[in-house]
Design a protein around this ligand. Structure first.
Ligand code: PHE
Length: 358
């Protein structure tokens, strides 16, 4: 028998070493390293088998048979070790499995704020009629909030809007800046940027220097509407607002238009919807006066009118060719009517008991 690693004695030692190390392999990584070392293409056993050609012909059959048996043995032990490790892994994983009988974790779910809800609902109604939704800046120039809307300096109509100024009123050399008092400045911004036909609705925040009570907040929301084209008439305004009122407050709703004054429309109107609680009667069947409309039978929702020719001129539209209608109103007020809320201050006092109802 020749000496060297091919001798049966060395194979015995190789077997002992391999099985010993296999016993120590405690994870998939170690097991794989073991496989490479002993059974791999350049592993210990392979080099034994390759070395067979150098073994004396007399010993070769015996050594070869022994080496092949060792190979089978190592492969079998490797396989069962692999299975054992996998089982162990599963057993460990099972320890961390979800126990469905434990009380669950609750994830707080937010809600859509009532103002966002009514905004979305209103925008959906108008987009269905072909209006686009656009938004604009809350910090605004005097020019857009007043001047371009036909409300020059010292015009008494400025008193209608209790303005929060950013630049002090009357400051020299500064373009006067303010927090917009309505969404109407966006009429001007939109028309400046586009040529007719125009059809937009503009939801957004507005600000007024005002004492707070159940129907007044210094920050609230409005939605503005504007449509300009060659043949837009007051009938289009009426039709549009009828469709709106019926979509939002019910199919039987009536709409009332009465004369009103806004410097940027002519004629100007105040738009009211007949009360959907008392059906416009002002009183209930039991003789009680209706609380929602305060017995009047009507709920005012918008200021509106035909865009004033001067406003069209200010944005470079030819008023002999183009006409438009505009409307605008408070979203809180519409939400209060729609959801039966009696105090505007609830919207932004962050009372979860209130907000959770939506
Ligand atoms: N901007 C007016 C307001 O805040 C409402 C309005 C909009 C009136 C458009 C006419 C046309 O009161």
């Amino acid at each position: 028998m020749s000496s060297g690693e091919e001798s049966p004695l060395d194979l015995d030692r190789l077997e002992a070493e391999a099985l010993n190390l296999l016993g120590e392999a405690s994870n998939a990584g170690a097991l794989d390293a073991w496989r490479v070392r002993f059974l791999g293409r350049s592993g210990a056993l392979t080099s034994v088998l390759r070395g067979l050609k150098d073994v004396s012909p007399a010993d070769r059959p015996q050594v070869g048979a022994r080496a092949n048996r060792l190979k089978t043995t190592l492969e079998e032990f490797w396989k069962s070790k692999q299975e054992a490790l996998r089982e162990e892994e599963l057993r460990l994983a099972a320890q961390f499995t979800l126990d469905v009988t434990l009380p669950g974790k609750t994830f707080p779910v937010g809600r859509i704020h009532p103002i966002n809800r009514i905004t979305r609902e209103i925008c959906r109604i108008f987009t269905a009629m072909g209006f686009q939704v656009v938004e604009g800046p809350e910090v605004e120039w005097d020019y857009y909030n007043f001047e371009a809307l036909n409300i020059p300096k010292d015009h008494p109509a400025r008193d209608m809007f209790d303005t929060l100024w950013i630049t002090p009123e009357g400051s020299e050399g500064l373009k006067p800046m303010l927090l917009r008092t309505h969404t109407s400045p966006m009429q001007v911004r939109v028309m400046e940027k586009t040529s007719p036909p125009v059809r937009v609705v503009v939801p957004g925040r507005v600000y007024r220097y005002e004492a707070t009570d159940a129907t007044h907040e210094s920050m609230f929301h409005q939605v503005e509407g504007l449509a300009v084209d060659e043949d837009v008439t007051m009938a289009d305004l009426k039709g549009t607002l009828y469709t709106f009122a019926r979509a939002l407050f019910g199919q039987e709703r009536q709409v009332r238009f009465r004369c009103d004054y806004f410097p940027f429309v002519e004629p100007g109107v105040e738009v009211a919807v007949d009360c959907f609680v008392c059906q416009g009667k002002g009183v209930h069947a039991d003789g009680q006066g209706c609380r929602l409309c305060k017995g009047t039978g009507w709920l005012e929702v918008f200021g509106a009118g035909m865009v004033h020719p001067q406003v069209l001129r200010n944005v470079g539209y030819d008023p002999r060719r183009y006409r438009g209608f505009a409307f605008g109103g408070g979203l809180e007020r519409i939400a209060m009517l729609r959801y039966g809320i009696d105090d505007i201050r609830l919207f932004f006092s962050n009372d979860l008991r209130f907000l959770r109802q939506f």
